[in-house]
Design a protein around this ligand. Structure first.
Ligand code: FES
Length: 120
């Protein structure tokens, strides 16, 4: 099972895994908080564990786009976008390099900003 997941992670990135699955790496959510996540978690899972509040109206099913984050740090430390994520993000968000926190798998240290769409 672990090998299958590792193979899936390899398929979703462009090079060799820089960090081992399960390894703790730094994740920074800007003003909302920071801490460590395990390689293989999604950004949304990492945020939940760190009690960082990211909207996720569809529950992580890649259909609402409310978990969109802006990548500030190394984008190669996240899995590649798949077609479902690209469709939900839309062209403009893709061009900005945004990601859906529920789909982006942590592969190394990463820094993101979390836009607020629904709060004042
Ligand atoms: S939580 Fe809905 S797209 Fe990520």
């Amino acid at each position: 099972m672990a090998d299958k997941l590792k193979d899936e992670l390899r398929d979703r990135m462009s090079g060799p895994l820089p960090y081992a699955r399960g390894e703790l790496v730094d994740v920074d959510f800007g003003a909302l908080g920071r801490g460590q996540a395990r390689v293989g978690q999604t950004l949304l899972e990492a945020a939940r564990d760190l009690r960082v509040d990211i909207d996720h109206f569809c529950g992580g099913r890649c259909s609402c786009g409310t978990c969109r984050v802006k990548i500030v740090g190394e984008p190669r430390h996240l899995s590649r976008r798949d077609l479902n994520e690209e469709v939900t993000l839309g062209i403009q968000a893709q061009q900005r390099g945004d990601r859906l926190a529920c789909q982006a798998v942590v592969l190394g240290p990463v820094k993101v900003e979390v836009p607020r769409f629904f709060n004042a």
